[in-house]
Design a protein around this ligand. Structure first.
Ligand SMILES: NC(=O)c1ccc[n+]([C@@H]2O[C@H](COP(=O)([O-])OP(=O)(O)OC[C@H]3O[C@@H](n4cnc5c(N)ncnc54)[C@H](O)[C@@H]3O)[C@@H](O)[C@H]2O)c1
Length: 251
């Protein structure tokens, strides 16, 4: 299975595409003229993104779904599989970050955040798993965070959920190896200007945040890679990779 020179006509499945990093990622893949299945809970914004991506040259399937809901999550994956076929890349980007300490958080609040990040990573990968095996392989990629490596105050849900994605990825990388299914996580590697950041960043972080579009070359690069030889089971860094792509060090 050789590395792809271009992604035209390939299926990309992307969550959290209505705004922020997911929006920038959708627009970048659209310019590659992929078949793009985009999922988000914000229906109006998703429809607008879909129209923009179609204007960029992609074939787009917008799927409105609340990824905190298990049945809706599996249904979103099945809809994309039925209409577009097996994705080359399943990129789980959607997340919420509600800062709450242990004293304040309710179980329902905790569960919603964990479900969007962690349960959805599992359910989307589960729905794609056998189809990817049957298709000869596929790439699973979850957006990671500094919160996947260490704890932060008031992140009693976000931090364990991001840690959990890392564990799922490592196990799926091992189990996927015989089937050419690769699994990785990818952290932002730099402060990014998104609605999530606007609600949580300090003045200092806002002073140096960058446009999330600067991270998206890394995702396209990963989607192009040979599934039989590209890294699997790794935590990648989107900023570092994208900088190397811009400098020509990574081609
Ligand atoms: N912003 C940062 O500084 C930062 C840092 C490290 C990692 N990340 C990660 O990057 C990814 C993107 O973050 P962002 O800053 O663009 O966030 P954002 O809040 O700006 O965008 C998140 C997107 O996910 C969607 N979403 C939220 N809940 C959903 C649900 N229940 N069902 C379906 N879609 C839902 C939102 O509608 C939105 O379009 C996340 O995984 C986040 O954890 C962000």
């Amino acid at each position: 299975m050789a590395a792809l020179q271009n992604l035209e006509g390939q299926v990309i499945f992307l969550t959290g595409a209505a705004e922020g990093l997911g929006y920038a990622t959708a627009r970048t893949f659209a310019r590659e003229k992929v078949r793009l299945a985009i999922v988000d809970v914000q229906a109006e914004k998703l429809a607008k993104v879909a129209a923009e991506c179609e204007a960029d040259g992609a074939e787009v399937l917008p799927i409105v779904a609340d990824l905190s809901d298990a049945a809706a999550t599996t249904a979103a994956a099945e809809k994309a599989l039925a209409q577009f076929g097996v994705p080359r890349l399943m990129l789980h980007n959607a997340a919420i970050l509600n800062e709450r300490s242990m004293s304040d958080v309710t179980f329902e609040q905790w569960r919603k955040e964990v479900n969007i990040i962690m349960q959805a990573a599992f359910l989307l990968s589960k729905a794609m798993w056998q189809p990817m095996i049957d298709a000869g392989g596929g790439s699973l990629l979850y957006i990671s965070s500094g919160s996947a490596l260490k704890g932060f105050l008031k992140e009693v849900a976000y931090t364990p959920a991001k840690h959990g994605q890392e564990g799922l990825m490592k196990t799926l990388a091992m189990e996927g190896k015989p089937y050419n299914i690769i699994a990785n996580t990818i952290t932002t590697g730099i402060a990014i200007n998104t609605p999530m950041s606007a609600g949580h960043y300090s003045e200092d972080q806002r002073a140096r945040w960058v446009d999330p579009a600067l991270l998206t070359p890394a995702y396209v690069y990963i989607a192009r890679q040979d599934l039989t030889s590209y890294v699997s089971g790794e935590r990648l860094d989107a900023w570092q990779m994208s900088e190397k792509i811009r400098s020509g060090e990574l081609v």
